[in-house]
Design a binder for this molecule. Sequence first.
Ligand code: ZN
Length: 286
Amino acid sequence: MTNALTFDVEEYFHAEVFAGVVRREEWPNLESRVAETTERLLDVLADARTLATFFVLGWVAARHPKLVRAIHARGHEVACHGFGHQMVTRQSRTQFAEDVRRAKKTLEDTTGAAVLGYRAPTFSIVRETLWSLEVLVESGFRYDSSIFPIVHDRYGIPDASRFPHRLTVAPGLEIVEFPLSTVAWLGWRFPMAGGGYFRLFPYRVTRWALRHLNERERQPAIVYLHPWETDPGQPRLPVGRVAQFRHGVNSRATEGRLRRLMREFRFAPAREVLAGLGVLVAGGVV
Ligand SMILES: [Zn+2]
């Protein structure tokens, strides 16, 4: 079973936890860490001979085109994390369309390769913003990986399908959805395969979850991380202790855990995993 390995490429200060303390106008003046930490990840992946999907923020691509070209040149999939890191729930349909098209064009102009996949900031495709999937198809995206089928304070569609599938978003329009991985137990769904969950739980919990998905449910997992989750040296921003903890817990251990995960499981870019399942068909979705 091949799982998908994915990274949302953004600066540490783009994390939603800092949205209340860092204004967008301040972004250009903050210390940039993304190129250095992502390049380090590229070396870690090269050591493990593993390819992944990088959902790159357009704002980052515009400032670090060399980084985006390096990701592409090393054989990874460059996909899209939108441009301005605004949650979909805070955008109108027009604003969202402008944001994703600008990001897609920036990325495609940078690498010369088509961008097929999208992941929303903070998994903000929820029931109220399902219209965004239609915009994604209209903008040329072929798959989305933004839906978290769980109950959570900031995101999630609790009863959404847990595994990759095709979704009809309007008559004649389909997109492939690769929901973030969960483990179902006693009627509850637990997220375990990425981000803060990956850092907070002991490694063996993640390993158990992936094995359970692969061996019992015969489904691929999708693991997600951000470059800043592997960067213990990032500047501290003025948020409360709980927020600081959620953002930074175990960041020193993340790289080692990732190396171990890549030794014990097989990974590929999301696009390839979806093609292998037969849900993403070459040459057009409908
Ligand atoms: Zn993000």
